[in-house]
Design a protein around this ligand. Structure first.
Ligand code: SGN
Ligand code: CA
Length: 522
């Protein structure tokens, strides 16, 4: 067991310093954690990962000051479960939050409680999505459910509070205010900033609506995927062409036009639809921007592939406007930490609850174990003493965040935590002993988007997946030869040996992680 002075008792910074021997003072300085998690922000849409589409100077600045994980993954690609994994360091079947419906048991061991016991101030602002009241935070202010982009309501321990404005700015305002005026400045702190953006229906701030309108984005090469050999992929309902809603998702509302999800966009009572929530000034800015696009759309009425590609362009533009606010607001947090001289004793993490499809396979949304949604961005600014810079290629997963934060705070990592601390990767030096495979398990089916239940294993080169429940299909990919995962090699000649090896590894992971739903070898 590691020991660290700050663990043993909730000492204040001053008490801590006086308890240390003089030469160790610097090393024992308590380290803060600022964890920024966005919703549905995928690596393809961050310029520090992919320069084709987005320009995210503040995220690039963060990555440049520290490290970028090039093989960062989630273990169940959907919001509530990812959030529960972050807080517990355990796979979904262990923390109990297997899908968005399940209620998170707030009595269980969490990173924020362990940090609190070690003398940390803990705070949470923004999307929570765990269906139970937050526990273990000294301060919290959360969005109900998915929250709203405009004029959002927040829930606090004292009741609800309504704000005017755009959600990404507001979450940052509340977070900055907590750091500046609410926390006890002599204590180390852990602040979770959980953004609502860039969740569907991708509504930009009124000040950014004009952005990206002059851009034409290249279609992904597999936009017209026919899902041959992949029946689970064929059964999904997350196609830009078929399932993306013209009014709710793409804002093409006009009197008399009907769509399936129209009521989510605008309602007569003016309170709940995403457009209905706006005030007169916001609506005016919105209409100034969208009305000419709406008119042109209904004048031209594209159909077939022309319509699918028009939808893709609109989707990309709206998503990128929404990203722009996030990037600006990450900049505000970095500016504050710099101004307050906190960069040297703060770990700053930027990640998302999962990745997202930006037209690959013809899709939006996530859920599948395929690369775009199993991956999640992970960039960090490191506190003094952690000298690694640039790319970190090791396989890491969101089960690793809890043990990393505990390790950084000098707190013993409880035996039942399934992730591992990433701290060894944050120092220069060769890593000889690291995991070579990751486990994944997705459960939310039957449900929206119709992605079937599946589990699987991913190594550096291969991925083996098993879709089960009302289907029994295996998929195997060679990620080096086929990074877009178009060619299911399972059962093809020449792949028996690798399939057997991966099945054995899958069984081993299910055993190690103690998943009650397992593949049983015949
Ligand atoms: C909503 C969205 C879905 C999305 C889920 C889960 N539909 O239900 O498209 O997959 O959230 O997203 S919507 O019509 O209400 O926008 S998650 O990131 O919170 O898991
Ligand atoms: Ca999400």
């Amino acid at each position: 067991m590691k020991t660290h002075l700050i663990l043993s008792a909730p000492l204040t910074g001053l008490a801590l310093l006086s308890a240390c021997s003089p030469q160790k003072e610097e090393a024992k300085k308590p380290l803060n954690i600022v964890y920024i998690m966005t919703d549905d922000h995928t690596q393809q849409m961050m310029s520090c990962y992919d320069s084709r589409f987005a320009h995210t100077p503040n995220l690039d600045r963060l990555a440049k000051s520290g490290v970028r994980f090039t093989n960062s993954f989630v273990c169940n690609s959907i919001s509530g479960p990812s959030r529960a994994v972050l807080l517990t360091g355990k796979h979904s079947h262990k923390n109990g939050k297997i899908d968005n419906e399940a209620v998170f048991d707030g009595d269980q061991q969490t990173v924020q409680k362990l940090l609190q016991q070690a003398g940390y101030q803990t705070a949470l602002v923004g999307k929570w999505h765990l269906e139970s009241t937050p526990t273990g935070f000294d301060y919290w202010k959360i969005l109900p459910g998915q929250g709203d982009y405009y004029n959002p309501r927040f829930i606090t321990p004292q009741g609800t509070e309504d704000y005017d404005g755009y959600v990404t700015n507001i979450i940052s305002d509340i977070s900055l205010d907590w750091m500046e005026t609410k926390r006890e400045k002599e204590k180390p702190f852990c602040l979770f900033i959980h953004h609502k953006a860039i969740h569907r229906n991708w509504m930009g701030d009124t000040t950014h609506l004009a952005m990206f309108e002059d851009r034409e984005f290249e279609l992904p090469v597999n936009f017209y995927d026919d899902y041959e050999g992949r029946p689970a992929a064929a059964a999904q309902e997350m196609s830009i062409d078929k399932d993306m809603d013209l009014i709710y998702d793409l804002k093409m509302y006009r009197e008399g036009e009907k769509s399936r999800l129209q009521s989510l966009f605008t309602r007569k009572d003016g309170t709940q639809g995403t457009y209905g929530r706006m005030n007169a000034e916001q609506k005016a800015a919105w209409d100034r921007h969208y009305l000419p696009i709406i008119e042109e759309f209904y004048r031209n009425k594209p159909t077939g592939r022309e319509l699918a590609e028009w939808k893709y362009q609109r989707y990309m533009r709206d998503y990128l406007k929404t990203v722009h606010s996030l990037d600006e607001n990450v900049g505000r947090i970095l500016d504050y930490l710099e101004k307050e001289n906190l960069m040297d004793n703060t770990l700053i993490v930027y990640t998302s609850d999962q990745g997202f499809y930006m037209g690959e396979h013809g899709w939006f949304d996530k859920r599948f174990m395929y690369e775009e949604s199993m991956r999640t961005p992970l960039v960090m600014h490191l506190p003094a003493g952690y000298d690694k810079r640039g790319d970190i290629p090791q396989l890491v997963q969101n089960i690793d965040y809890t043990p990393t934060f505990l390790d950084l705070a000098g707190v013993d990592i409880p035996e039942d935590i399934q992730g591992v601390s990433l701290l060894p990767l944050l120092k220069e030096g060769e890593i000889t002993d690291w995991r070579t495979s990751l486990y994944y398990h997705y459960y939310e089916y039957p449900a929206e988007h119709a992605v079937k239940r599946h589990y699987g294993v991913r190594t550096g080169q291969y991925k083996l997946m098993h879709f089960y429940n009302d289907i029994n299909v295996w998929e195997l990919y060679d990620l080096q030869a086929d990074p877009m995962e178009m060619n299911n090699l399972f059962g093809q000649e020449g792949y028996k040996e690798i399939t057997d090896t991966l099945k054995t590894e899958l069984a081993r992971l299910q055993e190690v992680y103690d998943d009650p739903i397992r593949h049983r070898a015949q």
